[in-house]
Design a protein around this ligand. Structure first.
Ligand code: GBH
Length: 544
């Protein structure tokens, strides 16, 4: 069995790539075919909750235009599409004793068949933030322990009805956002917060941690069910997808190096540590004391190992300084301004986003090393500054977004081929400009422009770049009977396990820290020169 030289410059032939969306951000038709209310329906209509005062009633009208959207995917040549299911279309009132809505099931069934007919692999998120309103009214939604049973029942119906055709399942999209933005900062539905100017009810010091705990338990029990009742016959895989941006120390002071790790502990470790390593990070236990719920031994057994892969949504990199009292950032302050006054990267329309591909690559290495799981990149994207106020032609020439994807696709390739990170997918966020939650429609993340007056779709330059790049960089499918060696990602076979390597640079092998995120320690048998340059660059931040 030989590895052709050209192959090392490419991604494996079964690498999944395409675009991602979420039900509430694109579907509209919130009253169609028996759909129940989601908690975003009314929340978006409350004064001051979205920047432009607009809601999700129409969005990109994809509930009606789904076939056009699938044809758009075909024109892009993708091999996969990530979308989410609206729980309240499938079970309008959400609960385990509530009726199932056949019309909602039929709509998603048609979508799935439509994808398969076009040769596109469906990658399905069960929950992307649109909880059935009835469950919030009944017991506070994610605040109530009962949600675990209701979620597992919902997941079961999805496995039963779609699992013959869907082989890639994500339980939750970004539980940090549901917990913190929904129940701490109060900027997303249900809008709870201790800040009484924002919300008449809520306790930001306790609720986010309770919600997070219940999200983890719901995820874990759905995975358990899938493995026990569906996996053998359906042959799919299931995991969770977490948001998380790279955290680099502002400078090489010990307190800022520690701060970067604390940022990662709360942004990512909050969910990833229990799921992949068995418990909440020590730092969170210290910071929160008994405000952080604990897992019973029985719960821990279900949670540990529940996710079969690491689902990664990432957008940017933060420079971290110790200090401040924001628990949701691990009492760490974020900045994009380096000590010398320069900016980390190109500024996006959103304050929280700058372009920094080196950070993306560093995070891929950190995650692979710390959690030892194949990584599916399920979201990555950029909103060009002021795109919404540009004339169409100018918006389509989205230079900063093209640059962003140039950098990040190169980072993916380098992480796979030079660092030996096992990456299995890349989904750009998003297929379309869409309802950007609290930003309404003013922030555009699409690689396709949407004219909201006509619902006309126009590919941006970034769509052309990304589609061309993947066509050139994903290996063509191997000949069916070529040889009897492993056909899957042969280059990975010679690479050491991510876990084993931690010991080389760090004494705490189960818990590598930011200082040991240095990916050079990971892969000894691969090309080194370009990577050494990268490491030198990163190490100016890491102080190593
Ligand atoms: C993703 O989240 C979502 O999955 C997707 O639905 C969304 O459209 C897309 O990004 C673009 O925003 O503490 O208030 O400063 C992105 C993850 C995590 C990014 C929180 C913003 C800081 C918010 N987000 N982060 S805040």
């Amino acid at each position: 069995m030989s590895v052709q030289p050209a192959q090392t410059e490419k991604l494996p032939s079964d690498f999944l790539w395409g675009f991602a969306t979420a039900s509430f951000q694109i579907e509209g038709s919130t009253n169609a075919d028996g759909r129940g209310k989601s908690w975003w329906d009314d929340f978006a209509k409350l004064p001051g909750k979205t920047l432009d005062g607009r809601d999700g009633d129409v969005a990109t009208d994809s509930y009606n235009r789904w076939e056009d959207d699938l044809d758009l995917l075909v024109s892009y040549g993708v091999n996969s599409y990530r979308f989410s299911l609206a729980w309240s279309r499938i079970i309008p009132l959400g609960g385990r004793n509530d009726p199932v809505n056949e019309a909602g099931i039929q709509w998603y069934s048609n979508l799935i068949d439509g994808l398969l007919k076009r040769g596109i692999t469906p990658f399905v998120t069960l929950y992307h933030w649109d909880l059935p309103q009835a469950l919030y009214d009944r017991y506070g939604g994610w605040l109530g322990r009962e949600i675990v049973e209701d979620y597992v029942n919902y997941a079961k119906i999805c496995f039963q009805r779609f699992g013959d055709r869907v082989k890639f399942w994500l339980t939750h999209n970004e539980p940090w956002c549901v917990s913190v933005l929904g129940h701490g900062r109060g900027v997303f539905a249900p809008g709870r917060s201790s800040d009484r100017t924002r919300s008449p009810e809520g306790d930001s010091s306790t609720e986010p941690w309770i919600v997070g705990h219940n999200l983890i338990l719901a995820h874990a029990n759905a995975c358990k069910l899938y493995r026990e009742q569906f996996k053998a016959s359906q042959g799919g895989t299931i995991g969770i997808t977490l948001n998380g941006d790279m955290a680099l120390p502002y400078d090489d002071s010990p307190e800022n190096i520690a701060a970067a790790q604390h940022a990662l502990d709360v942004a990512i470790g909050w969910f990833a540590d229990p799921i992949y390593l068995g418990d909440y990070p020590e730092y969170m236990k210290e910071m929160l004391g008994d405000r952080l719920p604990r897992f019973t031994p029985e719960e821990r057994a279900v949670v540990l190992g529940s996710s079969e892969f690491y689902g990664m949504n990432t957008y940017t990199t933060n420079l971290c300084k110790a200090g401040g009292d924001d628990e949701f950032q691990g009492k760490v302050e974020y900045t994009f301004t380096r000590p010398d006054g320069t900016q980390l990267g190109t500024q996006a329309h959103c304050a929280w986003l700058q372009d920094y591909p080196e950070g993306f690559r560093a995070l891929l290495n950190y995650l692979y090393k710390r959690y030892s799981k194949p990584i599916y990149v399920t979201e990555n994207g950029f909103a060009v500054k002021d795109e919404n106020t540009m004339p169409l032609e100018q918006a389509l020439a989205d230079h900063d977004r093209v640059q962003y994807f140039k950098g990040n696709t190169a980072a993916i390739l380098a992480a796979v081929n030079e660092d030996g990170v096992d990456i299995r997918s890349y989904f750009a966020w998003s297929l379309l400009d869409n309802f950007e939650w609290a930003d309404g429609y003013v922030t555009r993340f699409g690689l396709t422009y949407v004219d909201y007056d006509t619902q006309e779709r126009y590919p941006k330059d970034s769509a052309k770049f990304v589609t061309q790049w993947f066509k050139e960089h994903v290996s063509s499918a191997p000949e069916p009977k070529q040889d009897q060696g492993p056909t899957k990602e042969p280059e990975h076979l010679e690479l050491p396990q991510a876990n084993g390597d931690a010991a080389e640079t760090d004494s705490t092998t189960t818990s590598p820290t930011v200082e040991t995120a240095d990916p050079t320690s990971a892969k000894k048998k691969t090309k080194r020169a370009p990577f050494a340059r990268f490491t030198a660059y990163i190490s100016t931040f890491l102080g190593i």
